[in-house]
Design a protein around this ligand. Structure first.
Ligand code: AMP
Length: 282
């Protein structure tokens, strides 16, 4: 496994791979790797010849009061995990290389980004779209892999790739969960023992919502209320949002029909966690 720390060297490597006719799979991450990231690597290994994992904590997707400075960084540990998972190249660009002085170009997607996390994190999705566009242009992947855990992000990137005629496929892989069904996240390491125990309620409340829908409940308000009541029963939880949206436009729905997503964001202490499930109803 190689670690490439600068853009021009990455470009040279990509040219070489393309010349040899090898397909490239890209797994963009912010590091602090866990099983969720590894599941994307495994998928990439199945479908493409060379797996590139980018590790870059992208400042422009963090709000001024968010955790950019304290976001966990441990390249040595990440390198070991990536090597074990069969990553071929870690792309680890510097901040200066990605955003040199005078940097002035941002990508904004008008659809899909206003609701859910777009409401609570202004500028976040434009920051994500910008860095992902840069990574796509540098690494030129045939397929790029994203997790359903961040479904709004993944759908936005699919839309961006289609709208801007980007010559690649965007694949969305299922959420990997840990103990008690808690969705794996680099931010889980911020949680205290009590917060970790409480956070399991996110998955439990989504499962409860799913069983209500299976039992023919179709009123989104009622389902949201059930989820909120369950979450509020945990002393360390503070709800940012709980929403039920259609999976095409990510707009709130009143009545459950077609394919919907139940999405939520909840603070446990200072740590904001997100989760979602999608359900198709006839
Ligand atoms: P991050 O490093 O948190 O920016 O995540 C990098 C990629 O891994 C994104 O596409 C995430 O959606 C994906 N990812 C993060 N956590 C999980 C998880 N628990 N299951 C599946 N994919 C995940």
């Amino acid at each position: 496994m190689k670690t490439i720390e600068n853009i021009s060297r990455m470009t040279t490597f990509v040219k070489m791979m393309k010349k040899e006719g090898r397909s490239i799979g890209l797994v963009p991450t912010m590091g602090c790797l866990h099983e969720g990231h590894m599941s994307l690597v495994r998928a990439a290994k199945k479908h493409t010849d060379v797996v590139v994992m980018s590790i870059f904590v992208n400042p422009i997707q963090f709000g001024p009061k968010e955790d950019f400075e304290k976001y966990p960084r441990d390249l040595k540990r990440d390198e070991e995990l990536a090597r074990d998972a069969g990553v071929d190249v870690i792309f680890y660009p510097s901040l200066k290389d990605m955003y040199p002085e005078g940097y002035a170009t941002y990508v904004t997607i008008e659809a899909l980004t206003k609701n859910l996390c777009g409401g609570s994190r202004p500028g976040h999705f434009s920051g994500v779209a910008t860095v992902v566009t840069k990574l796509f242009n540098i690494v030129k992947p045939n397929i790029a892999y994203f997790g359903q855990k961040d479904m709004q992000q993944a759908l936005m990137i699919k839309k961006m790739a289609a709208d801007l005629n980007m010559d690649l496929e965007v694949k969305i892989m299922p959420t990997v969960r840990g103990k008690g069904g808690l969705a794996m996240s680099s931010r889980n390491m911020y949680l205290s023992e009590t917060e970790s125990k409480d956070a399991v309620i996110l998955h439990q409340s989504l499962k409860q919502a799913e069983s209500l829908i299976k039992g023919q409940e179709r009123d989104a308000k009622k389902i949201i209320k059930t989820i909120e009541d369950m979450i509020k029963s945990k002393p360390t939880a503070k709800i940012d949002y709980v929403a039920i949206v259609d999976t095409k436009e990510l707009r709130d729905v009143k009545t459950i029909s077609g394919e919907i997503m139940i999405a939520l964001a909840v603070f446990f202490g200072n740590t904001r966690l997100i989760d979602n499930i999608t359900i198709a109803v006839k």
